[in-house]
Design a protein around this ligand. Structure first.
Ligand SMILES: *[C@@H]1O[C@H](CO)[C@@H](O)[C@H](O)[C@H]1NC(C)=O
Ligand SMILES: *[C@@H]1O[C@H](CO)[C@@H](O)[C@H](O)[C@H]1NC(C)=O
Length: 391
């Protein structure tokens, strides 16, 4: 519409010129506008992309597994790391996971923003509650960076004194630094919570059902089908893990472990998995240039809202990141690391990266849902699901 009006105005201006000339001017104007529009949409960029399937490579080249193995063993690998999280921790929560009695098995690592005091409080009272389950030791921490407002920092200090669950590192707290935040969490979990068999990384605007999460961990490949056919599932599980079949009828479910008989070594990295192309239009929040990433597809990636990693996967991803060039989006960065160290992300559609519209029954199998930035809504939904046995 605007374009039409402009050309009309131009036509009036040039009415003294011969009609042919005016038509030409209009034509070139339209061509220019269309070209600029197409450019902004990133269409040209797509033609210049490299093929992900045949041309992919990303620094550091070569097999990372031997290097990662050395780092896990505490040895010095033959090649120096190219990407180390070396910001210092202002708040470390160093004794969060130390316990003489019960060592924690499940760790929630919540990426939070400095100002979200209320959201953190709601998480403490709901899915982040460390005492929510009688049979699983749960721990929770919040990851923060730093800001410029001393009053906010004073409140964070106070919050930490009260709850002892803030891990704060010395980089600027901004969503564009999310990869730094994720790296600060991986490093912390590796070094300060070695007993946790699973770590859940989440944003601070998520609903999570810990109960469903544990159901998922017990049987990632067929969630949520299992509970109606317990016997079938047991067979399936045994086969899929290539373990000795357990004797039928034994109570292998509960006590043997809260995580079922999943192999201690299994490298689980799971959530909502995408196979999608990079955004090339310049107005996108997720715009990425060809220089930064030249391929036509991302590696398969787990959306960063909520995902779960087993301890062996956590170690590989953490130490693998030492040899993976920094990337600004944390979910893509982890996908690049996972690809390079050969961990295949596991997809489950019950991790909702959008807000699944709420109903009491509709949330029966939901593991995580985005869109719970309202603390009261989170409490309401979680409490209802908890009391109906689904959280
Ligand atoms: C962290 O390490 C990188 C090299 O990996 C170095 O360039 C940077 O200056 C270091 N930063 C700090 C805060 O020590
Ligand atoms: C990320 O953190 C670093 C270190 O504090 C800072 O220099 C940089 O400006 C931050 N980036 C953004 C986008 O805030």
């Amino acid at each position: 519409m605007r374009l039409l009006r402009t050309t009309w105005r131009l036509r009036r201006k040039f009415s003294a010129l011969p009609a042919q000339c005016v038509t030409l001017t209009t034509l070139s104007l339209v061509t220019i506008c269309v070209t600029v529009f197409i450019y902004c949409m990133g269409v040209f960029t797509h033609f210049l992309e490299k093929d992900y399937y045949t041309e992919f490579s990303y620094p550091l080249e070569g097999n990372l597994q031997p290097l990662v193995k050395e780092l896990i063993l505490g040895n010095e690998p033959p090649i120096k790391p190219i990407n180390v999280f070396n910001y210092s921790y202002l708040k470390l929560c160093h004794d969060k996971c130390s316990s003489n009695v019960l060592s924690p098995k499940l760790l929630f690592v919540v990426k939070s923003a400095l100002h979200n005091f209320e959201q953190r409080q709601a998480i403490r009272q709901t899915w982040g509650n460390q005492l929510q389950l009688p049979h699983v030791e749960v721990r929770r921490i919040f990851l923060l960076g730093t800001g410029f407002d001393p009053e906010v920092q004073r409140r964070v200090d106070e919050e930490d004194r009260l709850h002892g669950d803030i891990v704060q590192a010395d980089f600027h707290d901004d969503y564009r630094n999310n990869t730094l935040k994720a790296m600060s969490g991986f490093k912390w979990a590796v070094e300060h919570c070695p007993s946790a068999r699973y770590a859940v990384f989440s944003d601070d605007d998520m609903y999570i059902s810990t109960k469903n999460l544990l159901r998922f961990i017990r049987n990632p490949s067929s969630y949520p089908e299992q509970e109606s056919q317990p016997l079938l599932v047991k067979e399936h599980r045994d086969r899929s893990l290539k373990e000795e079949p357990a004797s039928v009828g034994e109570g292998l479910e509960e006590e043997q472990s809260e995580f079922g008989n999943l192999n201690e070594e299994s490298k689980l990295y799971a959530g909502y998995v995408f196979h999608s192309p990079p955004q090339r239009h310049h107005s996108s929040k997720w715009y990425v240039s060809l220089q930064e990433y030249p391929y036509h597809l991302w590696p398969p990636y787990v959306t960063a809202g909520a995902y779960v990693v087993s301890r062996p996967a956590l170690l590989d991803l953490h130490y693998g990141s030492f040899y993976t060039k920094y990337f600004q989006f944390d979910d893509i960065f982890l996908a690049l690391v996972a690809l390079k160290i050969n961990i295949e992300p596991v997809h489950c559609s019950e991790f909702y990266f959008w807000k699944k519209s709420y109903s009491k029954l509709g949330y029966r199998d939901v593991i995580a849902s985005h869109g719970y930035g309202d603390p009261d809504e989170l409490r309401r939904v979680w409490n209802e699901q908890k009391s109906s046995g689904h959280a």
